[in-house]
Ligand binder design. Structure first.
Ligand SMILES: Cc1ncc(COP(=O)(O)O)c(C=O)c1O
Length: 437
């Protein structure tokens, strides 16, 4: 566990608001997750969870691959030291420019989400003269209740429904430049219940034989996704999934059809690997009373945490005083009906509503635990033009680096000189002559 004295020292040295990421905690989570997965499986780190270069570099050193979904994430993961051969480009809306950049960096594995996506990847690969391996992202037909965030078994922008693949297999095989050689079966996120996780892996593995026979080719690369849970903005540890390793091994042995060559099995995780590594430290700027409620105004709000949840659904963060209060004063009781609010000019800038909280004073530091994933870059960073918080990387009790994201406005050129994202002067798919799935 990250020690609060190290977090306090980082925030005192660099000021607030401060995200503090502990690499020791990243290693601990990685050790725990790999102990749950079958031997020889590949674990992709989902860079979207936290693209901080030091966090990415630690996971690259530990042997993870990277699951990336944009040009920026490609650059981040390559700079962090992930080998291109262990990177998977995913996402429902890839542009030719992004595909081309990934190829230039040596990435060869792409998840493809539709016939249009497959054709687009193939066209860029043909221009570059490279052969890519494509994993067809499939949306299985069975609903899988119990995931924190469901991305399959329901109508979804992700992947292609199994039914569509079975009905038109010819649209999903690819060509010499982009061949479908595997499946991508990411089904959802944040499943704390082991039975739910096992049910989704079971559903995923059941579809392999069916799709292999429809596509009439061996599918040797099976990305089973993940869904491994982690607490967000509240205290607690990751689920232990005590029986998962054995149950997964049983499923793989029982459900994966025999193949002539060994199959590569992969998993993906963002929040489980890095959620526990991050703490956000904020300072109390004001404590105000209105009617019967108390408002603790902080120097950080939904511009730094909680945007991912969507406005009006910001999770109630558990804000607690950080040890070593500036006044060294003992806590002086609790306040009922307390609101933790940020500095933004909207009532939505609220991390917690109507809770009982320790009595705080202007100048106190507070900490929000377990925000190493979907924290800063999943927030409303630019709203109200406040600076981003400092991001301090520690390793146990040692401070390693500190830096800050900045925004820069730069002139843009007209689209005639700068083709749109689809490589056409107009970005309209309808005008581009591409066939729709
Ligand atoms: C395709 C894909 N893989 C992996 C992840 C990471 O999920 P998590 O952080 O819950 O592990 C996501 C999250 O949205 C995703 O869409």
């Amino acid at each position: 566990m990250t020690t609060m004295s190290a977090v306090h020292r980082a925030a005192t040295l660099y000021g607030t608001p401060a995200y503090v990421y502990d690499l020791a905690e990243v290693r601990r989570a990685h050790r725990e997750l790999t102990a749950l997965l079958p031997e020889r499986s590949l674990l992709y780190y989902s860079v979207k969870a936290n693209p901080h270069p030091a966090v990415c570099a630690e996971l690259a050193r530990l042997g993870c691959g990277a699951e990336v979904s944009s040009a920026g994430e490609v650059q981040t993961c390559i700079a962090a030291g992930f080998p291109a051969g262990r990177c998977l480009f995913t996402g429902p809306g890839k542009t030719p420019a992004e595909i081309s950049l990934a190829i230039q960096h040596g990435i060869q594995d792409f998840s493809v989400e539709s016939p249009t996506d497959l054709r687009r990847v193939a066209a860029v690969a043909a221009t570059a003269g490279v052969r890519l391996r494509c994993l067809l992202r499939v949306n299985v037909d069975t609903p899988l209740p119990g995931m924190g965030l469901t991305m399959t078994g329901v109508a979804s922008q992700f992947g292609t429904d199994t039914r569509q693949v079975l009905d038109n297999p010819g649209d999903f095989v690819g060509d010499d430049y982009a061949q479908v050689t595997g499946l991508h079966l990411f089904m959802g996120s944040n499943a704390a219940d082991e039975d739910v996780l096992v049910r989704q892996f079971d559903a995923a593995l059941r579809s392999v034989a069916e799709l292999e026979s429809a596509l009439d080719r061996p599918l040797l690369f099976i990305d089973l996704g993940g869904g491994f849970a982690a607490p967000y903005a509240r205290p607690g540890d990751r689920p232990g999934y005590a029986g998962l390793r054995e149950r997964l091994a049983g499923l793989l042995a029982g459900r994966l059809p025999p193949a002539r060559q060994p199959r590569q099995v992969a998993f993906e995780s963002g929040r489980y690997l890095v959620g526990g590594s991050g703490t956000l430290v904020a300072r109390v700027l004001d404590v105000k009373h209105s009617k019967d409620s108390t408002f603790v105004v902080l120097d950080s709000g939904i511009n730094h945490l909680g945007g991912m949840a969507g406005l009006r659904r910001v999770p109630p963060a558990r804000v607690r005083p950080l040890a070593g209060r500036p006044h060294d004063a003992p806590p002086d009781g609790e306040i009922p009906d307390c609101y933790f609010v940020g500095p933004l000019c909207t009532p939505l800038d609220t991390w917690a509503r109507g809770i009982t909280a320790p009595r705080l004073r202007s100048g106190d530091l507070v900490a929000v635990p377990n925000v190493g994933s979907y924290g800063l870059t999943a927030s409303l960073l630019a709203f109200l033009s406040r600076p981003a918080p400092v991001e301090v990387v520690i390793d146990g009790s040692e401070i390693r680096t500190a830096d800050r994201l900045t925004f820069t406005r730069r002139p843009e050129h007209p689209s005639a000189a700068h083709p749109g994202p689809l490589g056409h002067r107009t970005a309209s798919l309808a005008d581009s002559g591409e066939r729709h799935a």
